[in-house]
Structure formats: structure tokens, C-alpha cells
Design a protein around this ligand. Structure first.
Ligand SMILES: Nc1nc2c(c(=O)[nH]1)N[C@H]1C(S)=C(S)[C@@H](COP(=O)(O)O)O[C@H]1N2
Ligand SMILES: [Mo]
Length: 379
């Protein structure tokens, strides 16, 4: 079975956005085209878009916008954008934002949810205030266990739609909190409205569901967060790779956990298979790799049946949470169809597997990707 790299929707243009591939209008979901991944940084205008609720702001008055620090804290407070800019030293990190359901259209049997191709991901330099500094000024009270993030968007709520607000939480004992930023800049520019202007949470290594956009509140909780987006949505089987079967689900015995880090993945970006290649000439393959567990340390390419792998050359290192570009020189020796495959390994020894997975949410796909290329007469 071969899939097209992106989903098959029409190209649409939204405010502050280059033409992107439409998945759904309500809520708005837009996929980034393959060619945008030739560079390690995804331009803001091409960065994919995913919202859950329909009621979004089309503008924010920055003189009125406030970020509330509230809940189980010693000094509840609200901060204006000038407070964030003036009182806290900016910090930056390069990090991949990938939707948990990226590549969901590959699931067999198919599962409900946005039928993304591979373009529900992007990489950017995020700049803002360290979450830990904000929590320190507010002062976490005793018996606190989680920190919850709330976005500005609103929806109907109720059955099948989830809660009417988008709320996600992280445990206060989670070491990822030390890496989190409240980002007000993306690739050194303000965030586009559709990507969460004026500020969003950045959780390096974690799936984007935690990267709450259009942030309005940071709330310290003294009880577990059992809101819809934590208790019912974005949960994966407590099995290796989050893999299960429809049969096992019907037994009711599969345990689910909130999704967290992104498994290692890699992609061939070019050539994209749309043109024939000459026999006997060198062809430069270009691609990217990522892992939410540790930096990518190796990328390998196979031009045969997947038994022989050769190491690709890694591009510039922008940090453990960034896309890592790679290049590989391939010389096709025979005419006809060739299947090129790519697999990445991260610093913890996680390697992409040959097989797909299945779970009811359509999350965490990271099977080895392949691209067919046709070689025509030598030139
Ligand atoms: N406020 C808010 N933040 C949100 C969401 C949302 O629906 N509302 N969706 C989350 C999910 S599931 C994803 S995949 C990312 C998408 O980020 P992007 O639109 O900037 O690409 O935003 C996350 N943050
Ligand atoms: Mo997502």
C-alpha cells in the first residue's frame, strides 16, 4: 500500500498563511506541503494549523491581553505582554511541534479524526519566558500536583465535542517543565493568530496537544486534571509504541495513558517521485528526522528491499528537539522502479520500526517511510 505524502485536500489561503492543504474548516485544520520541509525551519506562514473548537479570535488587543497565574499559588497575578517582556529574560529553544495524529490517514482499519498525511508538523525557534520562572514568582503552594494551561478559544462543549475550552495539564514533578517556554515569538516574529498569538506553551519533545495556543491562564492544581482533553482525548494504549488492535479494544482490557513524547521519525522530502531520474547519475536525497526522546544520532537510507542500509550525512545540529536535516547521494544503477526508505535512530537507541501500529486515536505513527522513484534511460 502506498500513500501520498500529504493529504489530498485543496490548497486554501487563510490570514497570515501561505497556501496550505485544507483538512477541515470547522474547526480549522491545515496541513503543510511537503516541499516546505526542505529547510530545517518551517516558515510561520507555512506552519500547519490545528484547532479543536470553532470560536477563535481573529485579533487580540495586546493592551488588554493578560496571562493569569492562578489556582494553588501564593501570589495569584496577571501579567501583561509588557510585564512578560520587561520582567523576564527571554529564552529560546528550537523545537518540533507535531500533532499526535500526524499521518493518521495511514491507520488500517481507519480511525476517526483528521486524516492527516505527514504534514502536521513543523520546526521553529521559540522565544519567550521560562515557565519555571513564572511559577516561581507566583509561588506554588503545598499539595499542588499539576499545572493546567487554558487557551482563549471556545466551543460548544458537550457530547462528542469535548469541553468548551481547551485545557491541558502537566505534572509538577515532570522534568519537562524545566524546558517549557511561554513563547511570544516564533522564528523571531510574532506568532500568527492561527498558531496561537500572542503566546503559547512550548513543551520540547512532547506532542503538540500540550502546546496550548492563545494562552490566557496557567493554573496550579491540587488534584488530578480530569477535564475532557486529559481524561478522554489524547490517550494512548499503555503498550509498546501505543500499539493495539480493534479486537483487544473490544475486550476492554487495554489501559490508556495520556500521550507524551514523540517517537523517532524521518522523512524523504526530495526527490518526491514526481519526475523520472536518469540512470547512472548521482541523485542527492534530502530529508529531515526528529525524536522527542533524544537527539537524532543516525539516519540511514535503503535503496533495496530494506535489508541493506547506508548512513546518510546529517545536517547542522540545532539542538536535540529540532528537525535534523540529512542528505544522501544515490546512484541508480538500473532502469525502472526503485523504493527508497529512510530510518532514524535517536540517542537512546530508539530506531524506527518496519511495521505500522494501530490505536483508536490514530496517534504516534512512526513506521519507516518509503518513496518510489522511477529511473529512465541514461542521459
Ligand atoms: N488553545 C488551543 N491550543 C491548542 C489546540 C487547541 O485546539 N486550542 N490544539 C493543540 C493541538 S492538538 C495541536 S496539534 C497544536 C497545533 O499547533 P499549531 O496549530 O500551531 O500547528 O496546538 C495545540 N494547542
Ligand atoms: Mo494535535
Amino acid at each position: 500500500m502506498s500513500f501520498s505524502w500529504n493529504s489530498g485536500g485543496q490548497y486554501v489561503t487563510y490570514p497570515q498563511k501561505a497556501p496550505l492543504i485544507l483538512l477541515t474548516k470547522q474547526p480549522v485544520q491545515l496541513e503543510t506541503p511537503r516541499h516546505c520541509f526542505l529547510s530545517p525551519f518551517t516558515p510561520n506562514s507555512s506552519f500547519y494549523v490545528r484547532w479543536h473548537l470553532n470560536s477563535l479570535s481573529s485579533s487580540v488587543n495586546l493592551s488588554e491581553w493578560r496571562l493569569n497565574l492562578e489556582g494553588n499559588v501564593k501570589k495569584p497575578m496577571w501579567l501583561s505582554m509588557s510585564n512578560l517582556l520587561g520582567r523576564f529574560k527571554p529564552a529560546s529553544i528550537v523545537a518540533v511541534n507535531q500533532c499526535s495524529g500526524n499521518s493518521r490517514s495511514r491507520f488500517q482499519p481507519s480511525v476517526s479524526g483528521g486524516q492527516w498525511g505527514n504534514g502536521a508538523m513543523g520546526n521553529a525557534t521559540w522565544t519567550g519566558v521560562r515557565l519555571k520562572e513564572l511559577l516561581d514568582v507566583a509561588g506554588i503552594k503545598k499539595h499542588s500536583i499539576m499545572v493546567q494551561f487554558e487557551g482563549m478559544d471556545r466551543g460548544k462543549g458537550g457530547k462528542g465535542v469535548g469541553a468548551n475550552k481547551f485545557l491541558k495539564s502537566l505534572g509538577l514533578d515532570n522534568p519537562v517543565l524545566d524546558k517549557c517556554l511561554i513563547a511570544y515569538r516564533m522564528n523571531d516574529k510574532p506568532l500568527p493568530m492561527l498558531n496561537g498569538f500572542p503566546a503559547r506553551l512550548v513543551v520540547p519533545g512532547y506532542f503538540a496537544t500540550y502546546w496550548v495556543k492563545a494562552l490566557t491562564s496557567i493554573r496550579v492544581l491540587d488534584k488530578p486534571d480530569d477535564n475532557y482533553w486529559m481524561k478522554s482525548a489524547y490517550r494512548v494504549p499503555n503498550t509498546p509504541r501505543g500499539n493495539t488492535t480493534p479486537q483487544d479494544i473490544t475486550t476492554g482490557k487495554v489501559k490508556f495513558l495520556p500521550i507524551d513524547r514523540m517517537p523517532v521519525r524521518s522523512f524523504i522530502i526530495a526527490p518526491d517521485g514526481s519526475s523520472e531520474l536518469p540512470r547512472g547519475k548521482q541523485v542527492k536525497l534530502h530529508g529531515i528526522a526528529l525524536s522527542g526522546h533524544d537527539r537524532v544520532v543516525k539516519v540511514e537510507v535503503s535503496s533495496g528491499d530494506g535489508t541493506m542500509w547506508s548512513e546518510a550525512q546529517l545536517g547542522e545540529d540545532f539542538g536535540a528537539y529540532s528537525f535534523r536535516t540529512w542528505e544522501f547521494t544515490w546512484t541508480p544503477a538500473r532502469l525502472g522502479s526503485h523504493v527508497l526508505s529512510v530510518r532514524a535512530t535517536d540517542g537512546q537507541g530508539n530506531v524506527q520500526p518496519d511495521g505500522g501500529i494501530w490505536n483508536p486515536g490514530g496517534y504516534m505513527w512512526n513506521k519507516i517511510e518509503s518513496q518510489e522513484m522511477v529511473v529512465a534511460t541514461s542521459i
